[in-house]
Ligand binder design. Sequence first.
Ligand SMILES: [Zn+2]
Length: 284
Amino acid sequence: MRKSSIVRLLIAVLLLGGVWVAYTFQGPPASKLDTKKIADDLYVIHNEIVPGNTTVLVTTDGVILVDDKFPSDVDNIIAEVKKITSQPIKYVINTHHHGDHSGGNAKLQAMGVQAVSSENARRYMVDGKQPGLTNIVFTEHMHIYLGGKNVELFYYGKSHTGGDIVAWFPAQRTIAMGDMFTWGDGLPELIDYSGGGSAKEWTRTVDQALRLDFDKVVPGHGLMATKADLMKFRESTVTLRTKVHEMMVAKAGRADIEKMLRKDFGFGDLHVGASLDGMMAELR
Ligand SMILES: [Zn+2]
């Protein structure tokens, strides 16, 4: 898919509320997937930019996934998991409600998979009339134990949306962050204000994740990263909101702020559409 059509698709997914359901059921075409090994029992099913990354933990009692891309991708995700293990998928954790991270839920749930998210993320799914609502939710912290292994889930506050969580795999020293952390060119932070996101709170939310014990980070979009990369990204969340706040104080107009965001922070149409007005209201 060309980048411009990816952006158009994401705008539709993010900004049209309930309309995205019909849109995503007709397309987008399935992405080409590429599975990367992180540890003996941990993998990432990666693709170019959109949809989001899927993390796979393999245990002797079944498989735990983090995020399941669009509906059109889920059959290919299942096929990738089968290449790794004959164990069935037991849980899918949604880092947040967006359709490129939770679109596979309905199909997986029909296979008996339990779908897990923060309570806030489920509320946004209900508001957006999304299929495949999560059936297990938590407010701050939960563990999933399976086959002698475990993943810990944390809700720390607002960032990309109001429902983003961090999944920590302690034995593998790895965290999966969803779109609280996107990594690479053309993937600046996207604040989805209509989904409860906050540029102001984003840094504090990432700071809490940084207290966990880990080396590797699975970003929502982009290639595998390190703790040092996440710290760099954390600094960029400060720079971004400080710059917008300073321009607001200096009474800069919307067009000037938009121009700065496109030039200095790589904002595209999607980012401007989802984030600009909200940032101007929040960071005045
Ligand atoms: Zn997202």
